[in-house]
Design a protein around this ligand. Sequence first.
Ligand SMILES: [Cu+2]
Length: 182
Amino acid sequence: MLRKTFLAAPLAAATALVTLPALACDGFEVHEPYARAAHGMAQSGAAFMIIHNHGTEDCHITGARSDVAQRVELHTHIEDDQGVMRMVEIEEGFALPVDAEVVLERGGDHVMFLGLNRPLEQGAAVEVTFVFADGAEATVEVPVDNERPAGAQSHSHDHSHDHTNDHSNGHSHDHSHGHGDN
Ligand SMILES: [Cu+2]
């Protein structure tokens, strides 16, 4: 009898795991997040970071929100016919398969804040909530750093794999006007 009672709790826990698939991207990890206003008086801004999936399940970021802005979109830059870099919304979001790394960086993919509810003040922080395809959410605190130069993501955290190639900022386009379009 005693033994049976003892087993009941672990069994119940296991059952719960089976019937309620984890609504989470367990391996979701963010490095070096920062946000910045597009300009001093800007009504828009963006957040940048390095996103990893160190879990065992593929994840898919389908959206984001934040109380700092009326609209938050997942953006990237594309080069148009005239060679001008423009921002466009990535409607399909960011795929984040197992072991994937998504780099949100200046001139590339980013989280866009449209219609700021308050200024992005140096040293403050904003919360960005990512929404995954399965309905899970993950909130990240993002410090505001308007002074960070472009391309300054050090990527110095202790991952041993070589990021040299995918992080090279060697392309020569001038992206600096990108966020001014809003
Ligand atoms: Cu943008």
